[in-house]
Design a protein around this ligand. Structure first.
Ligand SMILES: O=C(O)C(=O)C[C@]1(C(=O)O)C=C[C@@H](O)C=C1
Length: 365
């Protein structure tokens, strides 16, 4: 045995020993989670117990990120703990998560990033179907896209909140990388058609105009559907993400072709109950004001007066004649905070209608 082999042998023995310790500790943690489930059930016999605690998960992940000693990055360590917590929660109660499908979409990637892989993920064909699945109780939570840094708001999601009783329970951001991909059998063929979702075409417009000018672009219902078609049809390619490429065994012709290097989509987690404060939260509301001069000023003034940061304000057309404008507003803070309740009661005095969509932890991962 040479020096290298001897040294590698020692290090691998050490890794085996550490792995055993990690396994014992993870098992201990899983037993604690099982005990937590027993305590929750005993305290609420016969009731619908909420095993998933978004505020607690955000606190755990923040603590891990902040106290991580390295050499792994804080993000990487939090990702590992995300999966451990996901497996612990599945022991308490397997969670059903509805998302805008089909399998292989960026929304599924966002759902797994937020909840970890130990959930039952339920693909649905449309944003309103995700809302319905959660409203009916068939799924515990849902995941829907709400805004993209290149293309702006996903209005369909915003409009759903006007009529839905669901609450926003969390948010997750995903860096979106688009790739041009083909079936390995079609690799050397000329591409005459590219399939993708309309949002992805929009996010890759300049790249396409420069590198695939004149090739037919066909819009389909999702990136995963684009990948499925490219896998079957000779002479075609798809623009989609890593998950779809893997699912349909496609090969990349060009990677990360999005026009903006920071292309990011924000997704919302929707559920049936309100989330207690986690210590670093955001809130969302829908407000309709009377159609009179100074209405927007009246709406925004309480935020300034009480020192609350707005993170987004969007105007949407009213669904009925009585609503002149509907504003969708995100701001920092939780409804349990004194400042937030002051702002909301001041807005309530002036507004035609104020709908609290929920307070939820600012995305950690
Ligand atoms: O603290 C709880 O209430 C738990 O159920 C434990 C635990 C965890 O594994 O840390 C699991 C699931 C919850 O979503 C939050 C935390």
């Amino acid at each position: 045995m040479n020096d290298e082999q001897a040294r590698l042998g020692q290090l691998r023995d050490e890794i085996d020993r550490v792995d055993r310790e990690i396994m014992e500790l993870i098992s201990k943690r899983a037993e604690c989670a099982q005990e937590v489930a027993r305590v929750k059930m005993e305290a609420h016999p016969g009731e619908d117990v909420f095993f998933y605690r978004p505020e607690r998960e955000a606190q755990v992940l923040r603590r891990i990120k902040d106290s991580n000693p390295g050499p792994l990055s804080g993000e990487e360590m939090a990702r590992l703990f995300r999966e451990i917590m996901s497996a612990c929660l599945a022991l308490e109660k397997p969670m059903h998560i509805a998302f805008l499908g089909p399998i292989g979409t960026f929304t599924q990637a966002a759902a797994l990033k937020h909840f970890g892989h130990s959930v039952v993920s339920v693909p649905l064909p449309a944003i309103d179907a995700v809302f319905r699945e959660v409203e009916s109780g068939a799924a515990h939570y849902g995941v829907v896209p709400v805004e993209n840094s290149t293309e702006g708001m996903i209005n369909h999601t915003l409009d759903m909140f006007m009529s839905s009783p669901l609450k926003i329970c969390g948010e997750v951001q995903l860096r979106i990388h688009h790739h041009l991909m083909v079936s390995p059998q079609n690799k050397d063929q000329e591409i005459v058609r590219i399939y993708s979702h309309q949002q992805s075409f929009a996010q890759c417009r300049q790249w396409l105009d420069t590198h695939r000018y004149g090739v037919e672009r066909v819009t389909v219902s999702s990136n995963a559907e684009a990948a499925r078609r490219a896998a079957e049809e000779p002479g075609t390619a798809a623009i989609a993400g890593d998950m779809a490429a893997e699912l349909y065994g496609l090969e990349m012709l060009a990677t990360s072709i999005e026009d903006r290097p920071d292309n990011t989509t924000r997704f919302l987690i929707i559920g049936r109950e309100e989330v207690p404060a986690s210590g670093n939260d955001k809130s969302s509301i829908l407000v309709s004001m009377r159609n009179k001069p100074g209405a927007l000023y009246q709406l925004l003034e309480p935020f300034h007066k009480h020192g609350l940061s707005l993170t987004r304000i969007e105007t949407r057309p009213s669904p009925s004649g009585t609503w002149a404008y509907v504003f969708y507003i995100d701001f920092e803070g939780h409804v349990e905070d004194k400042q937030v309740s002051k702002v909301l009661s001041e807005i309530d005095e002036e507004a035609v209608e104020l709908k609290r969509l929920g307070s939820y932890p600012i995305g950690v991962l």
